[in-house]
Design a protein around this ligand. Structure first.
Ligand SMILES: Nc1nc2c(c(=O)[nH]1)N[C@H]1C(S)=C(S)[C@@H](COP(=O)(O)OP(=O)(O)OC[C@H]3O[C@@H](n4cnc5c(N)ncnc54)[C@H](O)[C@@H]3O)O[C@H]1N2
Ligand code: MOO
Length: 437
């Protein structure tokens, strides 16, 4: 093991505000370019579009029925209502998927939801507004043709004869030639559906950001392996993997690194060469102990260490890491699991959202359910649960402020941003919250 630096700390922590560090993290990602590539639609979910998607067809592509019922000419039916409950003779049924012939004047065609409106028809009367309020049995025949003299009785009165009623016009969702989705948009479930509806089998997306992940500490052991006294299981890799996954990035390599600077440096040289990461992320080894592996090995390689005015997550490392002549953006999060979690949410996720289309978290105000005394000089980020009330959202803190309280954090659904003040905050004081997953 490389001996710890003695005497003055060669890599002292300079002070930064939360906003200053967030801006610096954002700046670190500036030089990263994610190339575009075509992927099959089924692999596009969560990716970010690299093209403006222009609608090659209108949506819906043709006017179609919004209800199971009868396609009619609205004016005809309205006129027929002068004589009480009118009846109209039936023509052949229109199932979804068929291209029907024009509707003969003075008739009604049984039509199913999604089926093309026959030329001439301009309204659909739901089957519930007819007598009997269900389709006749002959409709389920192999070739459903109305028996001679078959008619349908309309029971809902003239109000049910508006032209356009229960017709979904062609192009009412999206016009042909319109930009349906712009480059930079994340492919959400709805966006994937639009791409499919437009007939796109593949689409140009940005490749995911490649992340190299190190959990450091000689006490840290992979889950699944037994623990010797003094050891703990690695929670941070799981936290970071889950968060990175939700942000649409790809963890290219992840490893545990003991408190041995030489081991970290040789792993780094090999991993940067082999996995070509866009970003290196570590947890642990950055504070003021005697065995701070990240600080000791990367302090001379372009990484600076900061004391950010935030709790938890105060100690932070950041910089352009010099590995074999190339410069790779690096973030060193503190080892305490809640500090790692809060660091992701406060610094990494907002930067990934701003630069690479990761899902951003909203921030809004909620009233404190209990009194709390924040910290002077530091932004304290607590964990809480949110309840909707008639008077607006109310937040109750879970667990204490300490950064080892991971289980309590897992029961929370919001981060609570307390103001920087030593003044006690009373019940009902509005504070900013960020929803978690
Ligand atoms: N004298 C001082 N000591 C500490 C200070 C300080 O300002 N002066 N800051 C404290 C704060 S705040 C934090 S946060 C931690 C950050 O320390 P490190 O980033 O160096 O992290 P470690 O010392 O390696 O670990 C801290 C804590 O977290 C546990 N840990 C580490 N990795 C994992 C992991 N992958 N999974 C689960 N738990 C992990 C580790 O065992 C320690 O308990 O420093 C304070 N000290
Ligand atoms: O910043 Mo440390 O993360 O408070 O425990």
């Amino acid at each position: 093991m490389t001996p710890a630096p003695t005497g003055q700390d060669p890599w002292p922590h300079a002070a930064r505000t939360v906003e200053q560090h967030a801006a610096a993290v954002l700046g670190l990602l500036d030089g990263i370019t994610l190339d575009a590539r075509f992927v099959p639609l089924e692999q596009a979910g969560g990716r970010v579009l690299a093209e403006d998607v222009v609608a090659g067809v209108q949506l819906p592509p043709f006017a179609n029925a919004q209800m199971d019922g009868y396609a009619v000419r609205a004016d005809e039916l309205r006129d027929a209502h002068d004589d009480g409950e009118p009846t109209l003779p039936l023509t052949g049924a229109v199932p979804a998927g068929a291209a029907p012939p024009p509707l003969p004047a003075g008739t009604a065609a049984p039509i199913m939801t999604g089926a093309m409106i026959p030329a001439g028809a301009d309204a659909v009367v739901p089957v519930e507004e007819t007598d009997p309020a269900r389709f006749p049995d002959w409709l389920t025949d192999a070739d459903p043709q109305p028996p001679a003299g078959a008619r349908v009785r309309f029971t809902a009165g003239a109000a049910a004869t508006e032209p356009g009623r229960f017709v979904r016009p062609a192009g009412s969702d999206l016009a042909r030639g319109a930009v349906a989705l712009t480059a930079g948009t994340r492919v959400t479930p709805a966006a994937a559906g639009v791409l499919a509806a437009l007939g796109r089998a593949d689409v140009a997306v940005r490749r995911p950001l490649r992340v190299l992940l190190y959990s450091t500490g000689s006490e840290v052991v992979e889950p699944g392996l037994p623990l010797r006294p003094g050891q703990i299981h690695d929670a941070n890799s799981a936290i970071l993997r889950a968060a990175l996954n939700a942000c649409g990035t790809e963890v290219v390599t992840a490893r545990l690194v003991a408190d041995a600077p030489a081991a970290l440096l040789s792993a780094l040289d090999a991993d940067v060469r082999d996995a070509a990461p866009d970003l290196v992320l570590s947890s642990g080894g950055i504070s003021r102990g005697a065995f701070e592996v990240v600080k000791q090995s990367l302090g001379g390689r372009g990484v600076a260490f900061w004391s950010v005015a935030m709790q938890p997550g105060g100690p932070q490392g950041a910089g352009l890491l010099d590995v074999g002549g190339s410069r790779v953006p690096f973030l060193g999060f503190p080892g305490n699991p809640v500090s790692t979690l809060v660091s992701v949410e406060m610094f990494l996720r907002p930067a990934l959202a701003a630069r690479f289309g990761a899902p951003a978290r909203p921030r809004f105000r909620a009233a404190l359910a209990e009194p709390v005394t924040p910290l002077a000089g530091k932004q304290q980020i607590r964990r809480g649960t949110l309840t909707a009330t008639a008077g607006g959202p109310v937040v109750r803190l879970v667990g204490g402020p300490s950064s080892h309280l991971l289980h309590a954090a897992a029961t929370a659904d919001v981060l609570v941003h307390l103001p920087v003040t030593a003044e006690p905050l009373g019940v009902g004081t509005p504070v900013t919250v960020t929803p978690l997953d």
